[in-house]
Design a protein around this ligand. Sequence first.
Ligand code: AGP
Length: 608
Amino acid sequence: MCGIVGHVGPKNSVEVVIEGLKRLEYRGYDSAGVSFINQKDELEVFKKEGKLQNLIDLLGTKKYISRSCIGHTRWATHGEVNDVNSHPHSANPISVVQNGIIENFATLKQELEGGGYKFESQTDTEVFLALIVTTMNSGKTFFEAVSSSFQRIDGNSAFVILNGDSGEILAIKRGAPLVCGTHDTHSQALVSSDPYALAGVVDRLYFPEDNVLISISGANKELIRFYELDGTPDCKRYLSKKQEMTLETSEKGKYEHFMLKEIYEQPGLVRALTQYYFTGDGVKHLEAVASLKPERVHVAACGTAHYAGMVVKDYIERINAIPCEVEFASEFRYRDPLLAKKDLGLFISQSGETADTLAAQELCQKKQLHTLSLVNVEGSTLFRNCDSNLLIRAGVEIGVASTKAFTQMALTGRLLAGSMAGQFKTDEGKKSVADKFSLLSERIDQLLARVGEIKDIAERIYQRNGFFFTGRGQYFSVALEGALKLKEIAYVHAEGYASGELKHGPIALIDDDMVNIAIVGPELYEKTVSNLQEIKARRGVIVTLGPAGDKILEEMSDYYIALDFSGLEELAPLYVNVANQLLAYYTAKFKGTDIDKPRNLAKSVTVE
Ligand code: AGP
């Protein structure tokens, strides 16, 4: 998805915005650009198709002194990928960048062309620019023009607009991410579509609600001001919090890729989760959900979050004996689901900005269900739209392929189930779950120490033609997640399947070029082993993730990853999943793909 950044500060705005765009590269993009006021108070625009480095090369070695700059990484929606369609779109003195879609851009464009406006690009963003410029030419102020133009467009978007005459930046959003930040002592302010762009630059964050007009100008020492669309000042419709993200939390450190760093962060995060919810700031939030007594739970999420939802379903049905449906948010929102006020809408999301998940939450809210999120980004749109939230506490996740967030989503779901079941009313109850989380953390640590084994297996299978991930019962969800991970970063065809389903068709695909990554937990063991026999008989390549010391299974497998499931019980799938994360990572590494920024993918899918 597009990344937008705006900065007002003493003099180094271009440098700060370029650094911010570097932080947003992980979101996926196909062109980049900046516009700023130079020392002669003129508006300068540089934009270029392709990687951010192309823009940096275009800017050259000159040191630009500027107090006001906006920037953009574009993930093309309207208009092909080329320099002209790159953002910012500018018509002196106004320059605009956007994340999102203007749904009625065609009718507006027709009206503007009828009024004589000459468009340069094929983008919907330029329509918003044209509305502003045309309105200002009719005598309205910059603020009035932005406000009235924003009220004329339909669809979910965030905009950052620079006025080259005054240096003022206005920003506004509806149904798309936008976060602002200030650093009083450095007298600078930033706005972006992603808090990560502000890491290390600001010390306070502001998450505005929809239709709040934000002015960043540094004028009369007020770095940032919030208005209603009608111009009413001192609008309070925003959430403010201290910036917790520091530079080091957002760097790769000793790891070659963010994804690998994030895989290795899991043991510490798992331990910290029970500390947060049993003794830290999370106590009140976990207690608050204890009183939820839904008749049914509807989980809506996308991608990896959806598979985490399948793990959470197992917990809710097993621990709370409450029926739980898990659906892809993109399906849920369009099939007119059967919802009752006594049901709970549960939305799982790392970014809290996934358009389909936000729409699913909105549907449940309209039907008056209690809506609860398991979300990573505090202050995100989902966080602010839900009646209550449980933060998954995964920290900044930069790798487009989600790893630690999956684990934290599922574990936070486990705490939700335990809280609703009253498991945490006593210290013993808390300790029993905290001990199991610690055991999981230890087992993941031990597995990570055996990374060489998994890397060797990846080297032997990475050139194979196709992959099946199979699992039964509580392992089916991580079979699906394992397949998604491999698809995402290694660009190979991989499918997650219920072990018992292979013989109902897919087994036709099994041959000596098809790899079956079989998850064999202690539960349903015999049945799963017999499924493997069927694959073996057809010369399929078998990589088994199975119980340590199982000689029969080891004998039957081409490659064997011995796991210690003991004591993990309902957490075992999250342990197995780390092996699949490493398998996907090293398979991709041998294939030489761009692991942190896989082709065609975006970290947060904020468009439908
Ligand atoms: C996960 O590896 C993918 N990048 C993708 O499926 C992701 O899980 C999905 O887009 C949902 O994102 P969210 O958790 O931010 O809502």
